[in-house]
Design a protein around this ligand. Structure first.
Ligand SMILES: O=c1ccn([C@@H]2O[C@H](COP(=O)(O)O)[C@@H](O)[C@H]2O)c(=O)[nH]1
Length: 284
């Protein structure tokens, strides 16, 4: 497995391929919903957030390939919440998992450069291995993030066909060439990934809840984050129906359906293992 550039920077695609080969292709979301804090017997304040997020992270980061903290739940507590998020990022990395920060950023290029400095720059307090980005301002507006990700061995996951039921009006609309918007995003990502070994750095988000055949992923040559597995109703069988078997880079992700088993670390790990094992026959 190569994936190293001339400066010796190991690409995100290579790092993702390596960690999923070792730990299984599963992402678990760290989503400190107020209802989950309550279910764990924690107060819905920043102390509860800290206990919840660090308990989940410490329980899972040693065995799960990728953890995906959902930034919104940390931002809700202001600066103190962001401080907890910083600790989640550090703790995840130290335990060997990759950290995908779900922030869904997207803006004009010059502002995108500032988001890039916040999340994809070496040494930034909120630097992650990868982030989610929104292409709604045009795929080209993401260029600063894509370029920085490549330079620093990080990745981006571009929203293409999201898992929520409201997504289809925009994402299944067709452009002047007849392609759906979702497919045009996947195709733009595929162009960025062309020739990359073992996998490109530009991933897409395609929900496990969408109709089979809505999006062609065969030429993507990049990671596919598949939310909707678990609490939103998609099963392992749905993952198989939507993505087929053996799709390289497929990374199903589940948050609430794992987290509801806490706060005991062993129970959290077992829930993640069950989720991963349920996908074993489908994934490469
Ligand atoms: O299309 C999308 C993109 C992102 N998400 C995020 O993933 C998790 C899903 O949580 P569950 O508890 O497993 O439903 C959450 O953070 C979403 O913001 C998504 O669901 N769909």
């Amino acid at each position: 497995m190569s994936g190293e550039d001339a400066a010796g920077v190991r690409s995100f695609g290579a790092r993702l391929a390596e960690v999923t080969a070792a730990r299984g292709p599963l992402c678990v979301g760290v989503d400190p919903h107020p209802a989950l804090l309550q279910a764990w017997g924690l107060p819905v304040d920043v102390s509860g957030l800290e206990r919840f997020a660090l308990t989940a992270t410490e329980a899972l980061a040693g065995s799960v390939a990728v953890l995906k903290p959902q930034s919104a739940f940390f931002e809700a507590y202001g600066a103190a919440g962001i401080a907890v998020l910083e600790r989640v990022l550090t703790t995840t990395r130290q335990a060997g998992a990759l950290v995908l920060l779900d922030v869904k950023r997207g803006d004009i290029g010059s502002t995108m450069a500032a988001y890039t400095a916040a999340y994809l720059a070496d040494g930034a307090p909120l630097a992650a291995d990868a982030i989610t980005v929104s292409p709604y301002l045009g795929f080209g507006s993401l260029d600063p993030a894509l370029a920085q990700a490549r330079r620093t061995g990080r990745g981006v996951f571009v929203l293409a066909r999201t898992s929520n039921p409201e997504g289809h009006t925009v994402q299944r609309a067709r452009n002047s060439g007849g392609a759906t918007i979702a497919q045009s995003i996947v195709d733009a990502a595929a162009e960025c990934n062309a020739g990359a070994e073992p996998l490109g750095d530009v991933g897409v988000v395609v929900g496990a809840t969408v109709e089979p055949g809505e999006v062609r992923l065969d030429t993507l040559n990049g990671p596919v984050l598949a939310p909707g597995f678990g609490a939103q109703g998609a099963t392992a069988e749905d993952v198989r129906r939507v993505f087929g078997t053996g799709l390289r880079g497929l990374l199903p992700t589940s948050s609430r359906d794992v987290l509801r088993h806490g706060p005991a670390a062993e129970a959290l790990r077992s829930a993640a293992e069950r989720a991963r094992d349920s996908l074993a026959s489908i994934l490469p």
